[in-house]
Design a protein around this ligand. Structure first.
Ligand SMILES: Cc1cc2nc3c(=O)[nH]c(=O)nc-3n(C[C@H](O)[C@H](O)[C@H](O)COP(=O)(O)O)c2cc1C
Length: 374
């Protein structure tokens, strides 16, 4: 039988109850790297809403890799207990806890998007913006990055590995490397932002070196039964699917399990912020990468409707669908989608203490229907 949105998926030792993933979403309200109650509410409602896998937002591996002052971070052992609490909460809600790790690179030290034109982070909490070359991105509030020395690069790889070790200790089961959207790793991959002449610049193999070193390092501390995802910008300025496919074949050889297929962001904002995007506009990337490499893919971007998400999985275009803003709109979307698709016992997607009451209500009088039915 072919897979559908509510069939489970096993990746190594990780079992997802369905194919709906809560995409990582920055909340911009961490305090010195630590999460707050807002993160608990955000992740808790995504988990209780029925998503099989809930990704925590891009969590910074190094203070110098912060995008904004409110970023979450895993740069210190003392931070681990804060995250262990979030992991517990997501698991208790019925979802598998995932974390995205990030280094913002030249898109660092900015304000949240809605405050781009306001004064930047206070001088008391300053940090240098790093990149492969001293080439700024043309985005409001972005400075000229400092070209990373070989030592900076080695320290950065170490910080990814240490953060992954801490993520494992906190209990996450899925780890995603953010290598898209114009952040540090992406700027090494692209010849537009990487003008280096050492072993990290020039040829395709050299530009991919940082990502592969990070992935290899992570795999030394991230257990073999836990899943490793990489988010890529499948297409971007002077970067096409052929290059992505070449990179994905490499990543497969380096023990990466799933490619999260996004796009854009190297020279401006990713396309999900632009009116040129339409429903499922990145699904064809997930489909082509999956069929040409045999690597599992996750589709993301304007996936909004239950039938749309179901079709992506049933047609074999991707193994998982990730939703971002639609889950902000309705964190219970997975439960709702299960009802709309006629999945037997749709409330099984919810925690037991909630499912009990919803099942009971459905049969309470003839013709009863919940508000989401019409
Ligand atoms: C509030 C918000 C925060 C986001 N933060 C992240 C992030 O931390 N890491 C990341 O890779 N993408 C981030 N994204 C992008 C989403 O993960 C997703 O790829 C994008 O929103 C497209 O999916 P959608 O159309 O379902 O929202 C963010 C998007 C939003 C709306």
């Amino acid at each position: 039988m072919s897979a559908n949105l509510f069939s489970p998926l096993e990746i190594r030792g990780v079992r997802l109850k369905n194919r709906v993933v809560a995409s990582p979403m920055w909340q911009y309200c961490g305090v010195d790297g630590a999460p707050t109650d807002t993160h608990a509410v955000h992740l808790g409602r995504l988990a209780e809403g029925g998503a099989g896998l809930v990704f925590q937002e891009g969590t910074t591996v190094d203070r110098r890799g912060r995008g904004t002052v409110g970023d979450l971070g895993l740069w210190d052992d003392d931070l681990v207990p804060h995250y262990a609490r979030l992991v517990e909460l997501v698991r208790a809600g019925g979802a598998v806890p995932g974390i995205q790790l990030i280094h913002a690179g030249r898109k660092g030290r900015r304000n949240p998007p809605w405050a781009a034109h306001e004064p930047g982070p206070p001088a008391t909490d300053d940090w240098p913006v790093l990149g492969p070359s001293a080439l700024p991105i043309a985005l409001e509030g972005s400075g000229v990055p400092v070209e990373m020395s070989p030592r900076d690069i080695a320290e950065t790889v170490d910080s990814w590995v240490s953060a992954a070790r801490r993520a494992h200790r906190a209990g996450y089961e899925v780890l995603e490397v953010q290598a898209a959207h114009g952040y540090l790793i992406h700027t090494f991959l692209s010849p537009l932002s990487n003008h280096r002449t050492d072993r990290y610049g020039g040829s395709f193999a050299n530009r991919a070196r940082l990502l592969l070193e990070i992935v290899d390092g992570i795999r030394t501390v991230w257990p073999a039964d836990k899943a490793l995802f990489v988010r890529l910008s499948s297409v971007d300025a002077e970067w096409d699917l052929d290059q992505t496919v070449e990179l994905v074949r490499e990543l497969r050889a380096h023990e990466v399990d799933v490619i999260d297929c996004s796009s854009g962001g190297l020279t401006g904002l990713p396309v999900f912020g632009a009116p040129s995007a339409g429903y499922g506009y990145q699904v064809p990337y997930a489909e082509e990468i999956r069929s040409r490499t045999g690597v599992r893919t996750m589709a993301v971007g304007y996936i909004v409707h239950a039938t749309q998400a179901q079709a992506v999985i049933e047609r074999g275009q991707a193994d998982l669908v990730a939703l971002g803003r639609e889950l902000l709109h309705n964190p219970n979307w997975p439960i709702d989608a299960a009802r709309k698709l006629g999945v037997p016992d749709p409330y099984a997607q919810a925690p037991r203490r909630i499912a009990y009451w919803l099942r009971k209500r459905d049969g309470s009088f003839p013709g009863f229907a919940p508000s989401t039915d019409g």
